[in-house]
Write a protein that binds this ligand. Structure first.
Ligand SMILES: NC(=O)c1ccc[n+]([C@@H]2O[C@H](COP(=O)([O-])OP(=O)(O)OC[C@H]3O[C@@H](n4cnc5c(N)ncnc54)[C@H](OP(=O)(O)O)[C@@H]3O)[C@@H](O)[C@H]2O)c1
Length: 241
């Protein structure tokens, strides 16, 4: 029996990954801010017959994070937490804007959700992750590496998240720690970044990102930064050969 904590798991990638893990026998703790969507998600995930706990809250809220840490630690006990997924994320104010028009307070909010919250959760859960020789998975973005106009706040936050994740890997060899770029996905966040644009040509999370992450979890390569599309391509070529 394996247990995962996934932040932001009621839609998009977090939800699709939660469904894939539940179907493979994982117990789950899932979070999000909207209580009714979280209740629906938990009910659907429980139909697989495994333990699923939903915790309503904002990852930027320290009280919520303390509750998450307490519940996870209690559930997994001495066997430890197998997988922590930092998925919840914000773009910051939309429409996205050039840095010269980005208020310092808005940048602080983005860093709070995308960097400080994952760091705080990682810190509090490292002991239980180590007990299970578990995996830390931070959902990154190509915007953390490339420099796209108007994506500065989000991109800087993903670059920082990558750096924290891979530094933790260097410091904690008993764990695997991955930053994974899922690629463009047809989700609410992506639509918010491209208001009014038809994003129907982007893959759904279950098309590339989730199978890529499942391949990563199965293979457990060295800690590092990976692209879901590359992980899926390698897994597909291995099956074919
Ligand atoms: N979509 C893309 O093209 C794309 C590309 C590269 C990387 N990514 C990354 O992939 C991950 C998933 O993105 P997505 O597109 O699947 O997003 P999404 O469809 O907008 O879903 C986001 C999920 O996170 C929850 N959430 C958002 N803010 C939260 C907060 N502060 N605290 C707790 N939960 C929160 C949302 O529920 P509530 O609103 O109820 O909280 C929802 O369940 C993110 O890390 C994103 O940066 C996405």
């Amino acid at each position: 029996m394996s247990t995962a904590l996934i932040t932001g798991a009621t839609q998009g990638l977090g939800r699709a990954l939660a469904e894939a893990l539940a179907a493979r026998g994982w117990d789950l703790v899932v979070t999000a801010r909207d209580a009714s969507r979280l209740a629906d998600t938990v009910a659907a995930l429980r139909s697989n017959g495994h333990d699923v706990v939903g915790l309503v809250g904002d990852v930027a809220d320290a009280v919520h994070r303390d509750e998450v840490t307490d519940v996870v630690t209690e559930i997994v006990g001495a066997r430890g937490l197998d997988l922590l997924v930092h998925n919840a994320s914000t773009l910051g104010p939309v429409p996205l804007r050039p840095l010269r028009d980005l208020a310092v307070e808005d940048l602080a909010d983005v860093l709070s959700v995308n960097v400080l919250a994952p760091h705080a959760l990682t810190r509090s859960l490292v002991p239980t992750l180590e007990a299970a020789h578990g995996t830390l998975l931070s959902i990154s973005s190509d915007a953390g590496v490339e420099h796209y106009e108007t994506w500065g706040a989000y991109g800087a936050s993903k670059a920082a998240l990558d750096h924290l994740t891979l530094t933790l890997a260097a410091e904690t060899p008993t764990l695997r720690a991955y930053a994974v770029d899922p690629g463009d996905m047809r989700t609410a966040m992506h639509q918010a970044a491209f208001p009014g644009e038809d994003i129907g040509d982007r893959p759904l999370p279950e098309d590339v990102a989730v199978p890529g992450i499942l391949a990563l979890l199965a293979a457990r390569p060295a800690s590092g930064r990976y692209r879901a599309a590359d992980l899926l391509a390698v897994a597909t070529s291995e099956v074919a050969s």
